[in-house]
Design a protein around this ligand. Structure first.
Ligand code: NAD
Ligand code: MG
Length: 386
């Protein structure tokens, strides 16, 4: 039996992870589940999977969660520190699928205590990639990427042929506004932005896909995960989302990973690792496609790609600031406080105004994140006043 903890079990990745685990009662048992506001779902999952511990990040919901789980024997905890404490409890594998930099400290707690780290929370690597990857190395942690592109690269990157890698082809669906012009994007609504053509995901990552900041975050994620420089990573827009990424070698071979777009595939890969287990993803029927298309991204319509590449060049402090400002700006857009194109403008303005001296510790990363959030918030308030 493999013991599993899911950080963020009530989210899109979390629910898909629960779905896969529930199909293998003889293979997995659940240590801890953590969520935030949706305690009804958290309690239901904890009962269904016979979890040992259920934690809500929201202290105010402790009583209600305790009530929902009374008589179940499941330990109930609440608060941000309790999420970190649950992450520190031993488990063979931990799905890190909290959204945003809120996932950083729980993920560091997992690295600190050992066991496999199944990483969906890309923001952890964007805000602290160097520190996180050093800790992963020092603690000899197996880090299995869950982001579909990075799972694809993980599966097609032949370690013994690392030096023969010519480039990594990071595919992107292009999001819902792939073919829209700049004028259209000025008036996009949150409903239009979260309606992704191929993937069903949480609101934040859906907006990131629409601005293509998601691909920017993923370039940074790939550089840290696979230790390749940014110039080895090429973004290719591929609207059908069948090729999840590929590795091109110097001899001309390109090893691509294909499958239907369903996160339960990379989740099952990570949960089963180093073995493969079945997932409920619909088998791929190549004959059902009349054509698979690929083209270069348009950075003038999707300036987030430029922003992310420039931040990556400047280093970890810049990517930390970029991530925090993006989280605040996406939240403000979803709240209808700013327009769609204001998201990246806000991120650029916060980066421009920030001191980018190096971060050395996780405490430094958290402090930079906090300051960038405050700065983004103040700029948004200023914009609203105008
Ligand atoms: P989501 O919004 O659906 O779920 C987020 C989860 O985090 C929920 O369980 C929520 O309760 C929890 N959470 C939110 N704020 C929290 C806080 N302050 N403290 C503790 N927990 C908190 O998000 P998602 O789409 O499942 O994405 C999760 C992560 O996985 C993100 O980093 C995203 O980029 C990454 N990812 C998601 C997908 C996808 O298909 N959804 C694909 C690739 C990568
Ligand atoms: Mg992805």
């Amino acid at each position: 039996m493999k013991s599993v903890t899911i950080l963020g079990s009530t989210g899109s990745i979390g629910k898909n992870t629960v779905d896969v685990i529930a199909r293998f009662p003889d293979r997995f048992n659940v240590k801890a589940l953590t969520g935030n506001k949706n305690i009804a779902l958290l309690a239901q999952q904890a009962k269904e999977l016979h979890a040992e511990i259920a934690v809500t990040a929201d202290k105010a919901l402790y009583g209600e969660l305790k009530e929902l789980l009374s008589g179940s024997g499941i330990r109930v905890e609440a608060g941000a520190e309790a999420v970190v404490a649950a992450a520190a409890e031993p488990a063979d594998a931990t799905m890190s699928s909290i959204v945003g930099s809120a996932g950083l400290l729980p993920t560091m707690a997992v690295i600190g205590r050992g066991g496999d780290l199944l990483l969906a929370n890309k923001e952890t690597l964007v805000c602290a990639g160097e520190i996180v990857m050093k800790a992963v190395k020092d603690k000899r942690i197996s880090l299995i990427p869950v982001d579909s592109e990075h799972s694809a690269i993980f599966q097609t990157l032949e370690e013994k042929h690392r030096s023969a890698v010519d480039r990594i082809l990071l595919t992107a669906s292009g999001g819902p506004f792939r073919d829209k012009d700049a004028a259209f994007m000025e008036n996009v609504t949150p409903e239009q932005a979260v309606a992704h053509p191929n993937w069903s995901m949480g609101a934040k990552i859906s907006v990131d896909s629409a601005t293509m900041m998601n691909k920017g975050l993923e370039i940074i994620e790939a550089c840290h995960l696979f230790a390749f420089p940014a110039d080895k990573i090429e973004v290719v827009v591929h609207p059908q989302s069948v090729v999840h990424s590929a590795v091109a070698y110097v001899d001309g071979s390109v090893l691509a990973h294909m499958g239907n777009p369903d996160m339960r595939t990379p989740i099952a890969y990570a949960l089963g690792w180093p073995e493969r287990i079945a997932s409920p993803t619909k088998p791929l029927d190549l004959t059902a496609f009349s054509g698979l298309t690929f083209f270069h991204p348009d950075e003038s319509r999707f300036p987030a790609l430029r922003t992310a590449k420039a931040a990556l060049k400047k280093g970890q402090t810049a990517t930390d600031v970029m991530n925090a400002a993006n989280e605040v700006a996406v939240g403000a857009f979803l709240n209808r406080e700013i327009g769609f194109t204001d998201i990246v403008k806000t991120v650029d303005a916060v980066l421009e105004a920030s001191d980018l001296s190096p971060v050395r510790t996780i405490d430094d990363v958290v402090a930079v994140d906090k300051q960038a959030r405050e700065r983004a918030r103040a700029m948004i308030d200023e914009r609203i006043k105008k």
